[in-house]
Design a protein around this ligand. Sequence first.
Ligand code: AMP
Length: 250
Amino acid sequence: MRASRGDKHISGSERLLDVQEMEDAVSQLLRRALDHPRGRAGHISITVQPVPIAQIRNCSLLPLMTHQVKNCQQGLDRARELLIQAGLKAEIVEQSMALLAAGPSPQGGVMRGAMLIDPASGARLEPDQGSGVRVSRMDLSPESRRPVAQFLSSCGLNNQRVIEAWILASKVALYPQIVAELCWSDDPDYVTGYVASSEGGYQRITHLKEAGSDIGGRIFFVKPATEVLTLINYLRHEPVLFRLPVNVEG
Ligand code: AMP
């Protein structure tokens, strides 16, 4: 689902579902597009495409961890540390965070997809810097929905936002050429963000921007010499269903 008003991105969501689950999912997506804190959508599009079951990979979600921080400054410091631990240079981290905070689209607004950044040069690699790259075709496997909800409830985190971000971060981190991801939401009511990587897991940080700001986005840091179009094809088209990681299975 994509919702927008004029040039402004309002909201988007991706699901990978059995046919019989579609009707409920579509009405939930419609509700989300109509009631979003970024404003009422003027244009909503819901696209449904068939995915052959034989193409679907089944993989584990990244390990989840939450860093409680007192304010945005502490949160940004923590994100910097985690990105540097993932192997990025401090100056590229600084430059990328400033870009995300300023609004990365050419008009200084929010993109509906992610930026791709080469951590050696800081260059942006996504072909369309107005819309970025949207990751799609990922979800929980049907049998994992209940255990994931139970696990998240036990951490006080059982909401759609956490589930969707965890799934997205896990799909992105599966690609061997991804070094790390940085995200904070464009929803003015939601200040939690995360750093994710295959080594470090999905590391939520409770405060990464000031409340009331509707600027957010995602950066995928991509190893130098990555074949960008192959990466984009993976992010957009390769279907993956996720289950809980082994260490949190009940
Ligand atoms: P959200 O976490 O939904 O508040 O989204 C925050 C930002 O992440 C959005 O403004 C987009 O720039 C980006 N984003 C959201 N969903 C996706 C996606 N499926 N693929 C790539 N980027 C996304």
